[in-house]
Write a protein that binds this ligand. Structure first.
Ligand code: BTN
Length: 249
């Protein structure tokens, strides 16, 4: 396939020119017992985002999913998402673009003219299976708008191609650097959290976090060692493990 980069990473890589969803393929591999496999595609025809949204995945992006079998309790799986978003942010910053992490795991490029103070460059979709308090597998899907033409992007999104005024990035290097960084951070929660904090756009912001049962508004003051967001509402500190977060200023 065109996307067959010849990566030298501590993962077994399966390449596809076009596939419905690398997460779906990775889930099937995980169910067969795969570990540390990566599915990488040039294009997805049925890319999935968080909260059952569709994820636009034209050719030129980095669409990949990693199968992990971590020795983690389900409540700590978000550590992997912290590691992956920090790794993606670090790899992107090496291309010269000032990306920041929006909790829990979006990459944004700050833009004062954008509706929410930034444009979305990448997102992560973490899926897992387990029983009896033990994780059997985790699939981490990364969608990164690398060399996606600005005209092919959804509203409020951006790509590295657009941010770099039409100068494409080397997707092989970008993917390789992401996988190396992720491999180093996934077994080192302190380093992952430090790297996350260093590039966090959310800390210090006024936020609105929408949960299934309530909405919390307050100041985002910290992230816990499992990647939960600590929100100071003025009357109490709430620890939020998952939810949709908006930056209010
Ligand atoms: C989000 O921000 O909503 C998460 C987007 C995750 C998209 C990636 S692209 C590779 C992998 N395969 C999918 O179908 N989704 C993830």
């Amino acid at each position: 396939p065109a996307v067959e980069y010849g990566l030298d990473a501590p993962f077994e890589i399966e390449y596809h020119n076009s596939i419905p969803s690398t997460n779906d393929r990775a889930r099937a591999l995980a169910a067969e017992g795969a570990e540390d496999d990566v599915v990488l595609a040039d294009e997805q025809t049925g890319g999935r985002g968080r909260l059952d949204r569709a994820w636009s995945s034209p050719t030129g992006g980095v669409w990949l999913s990693v199968v992990c079998r971590p020795a983690l309790a389900p409540s700590r799986v978000s550590l992997l998402t912290v590691a992956a978003s920090a790794a993606a942010c670090g790899a992107v910053r090496e291309t010269g673009i000032d990306a920041r992490i929006k909790w829990p795991n979006d990459l944004l490029v700050p833009d004062p003219d954008a509706a929410r103070g930034g444009r979305k460059l990448a997102g992560l979709l973490t899926e897992m299976e387990g029983e009896a308090g033990k994780v059997s597998w985790v699939v981490l899907g990364l969608g990164l708008n690398a060399n996606v033409a600005p005209d092919d992007l959804p509203p409020d999104a951006t790509s590295l191609l657009g941010e770099r005024d039409g100068d494409p990035v080397d997707r092989r290097v970008l993917t390789q650097r992401f996988l190396e960084r992720f491999d180093a951070l996934r077994t080192d929660p302190d380093a992952a959290r430090d790297a996350w904090r260093e590039h966090a756009a959310t800390l210090g912001q006024r936020v609105r976090v929408t949960l299934p049962s309530e909405t919390i508004v307050g100041d985002a003051v910290d992230v816990t060692d499992v990647g939960a967001l600590v929100v100071d509402t003025g009357s109490e500190r709430r620890v939020v493990h998952a939810g949709d977060c908006e930056h209010l200023r």
